[in-house]
Design a protein around this ligand. Structure first.
Ligand SMILES: [Fe+2]
Length: 234
């Protein structure tokens, strides 16, 4: 597989480019609108055709490139069914597969950070969005976030993947790039809890400020990053 981990410094977002070496079809996971030129350039350099652009969830901290990529490259846009994003070409649900050439990711519904959070699982790696970060986890205090649901998603599903599964998160703020399930289970401070209740108490004690772009990004992202009629009250 052709694989690139791309970074948006503005929002500390990781975007992943996956390419099939045989058919030259590609998938972009969590692309950022400000980086569309860079993606088009890299796809050209690597001689890849973008088949699919997929978001792990409706982001609150940056605007998605799904709409722009579909307009420019004619790719299929994918979000989870729970995102209620009427703009996407395909809404996926737990157990579905996202395929391009020989690439295949299975969709795992992992609510908690938001109620539309999904992980995309491959044989050796998982794209965790904001469900599991490196030595951290996604906040659970907006967009129908729920720390008890997050605990179940983490412990019943994500951490049930094999220990050597590579963890590629949706963000990192400290320069970490990749981890493994086993490493996170042992060393992620948010995961050293005995129960869902303990995790919920930990998450409720964080008192984080709202993301600066939230009122703009969330409605825009439900429209695949295309302009909407001004910021809406959430
Ligand atoms: Fe998020």
């Amino acid at each position: 597989m052709i694989f690139r981990q791309l970074f948006d410094r503005e929002s500390c977002t990781y975007t992943y480019l996956l390419g099939c070496p045989d058919t030259r079809e590609a998938i972009l996971v969590d692309p950022v609108i400000a980086k569309v030129e860079d993606y088009c350039c890299l796809l050209g350099e690597l001689e890849l055709d973008l088949g699919i652009a997929a978001d792990t969830h409706v982001h609150a901290d940056h605007i998605t490139a799904l709409g722009d990529l579909r307009d420019r490259l004619g790719c299929v846009t994918v979000m989870g069914e729970r995102a209620h994003a009427a703009c996407v070409s395909r809404a996926v649900e737990d157990g579905d597969s996202i395929r391009a050439g020989s690439l295949s990711m299975s969709v795992m519904y992992t609510p908690g950070h938001t109620d539309d959070s999904y992980c995309f699982v491959m044989s050796d790696r998982v794209f965790t969005g904001d469900t599991l970060l490196i030595r951290g986890t996604g906040r659970t205090d907006f967009q129908n976030g729920d720390p008890v649901a997050a605990w179940h998603s983490l412990f019943d599903r994500v951490l049930a993947l094999p220990d050597d599964t590579l963890v590629y998160p949706g963000h990192d703020y400290r320069g970490n790039t990749v981890s493994t399930i086993g490493e996170e289970r042992r060393h992620n401070p948010r995961l050293q809890v005995a129960s869902a209740e303990e995790y919920a108490a930990l998450m409720r004690s964080l008192n984080l400020p709202s993301p600066a772009l939230m009122d703009i990004a969330v409605p825009a992202n439900r429209a695949c990053g295309k302009p909407v009629s001004g910021p809406r009250k959430l």
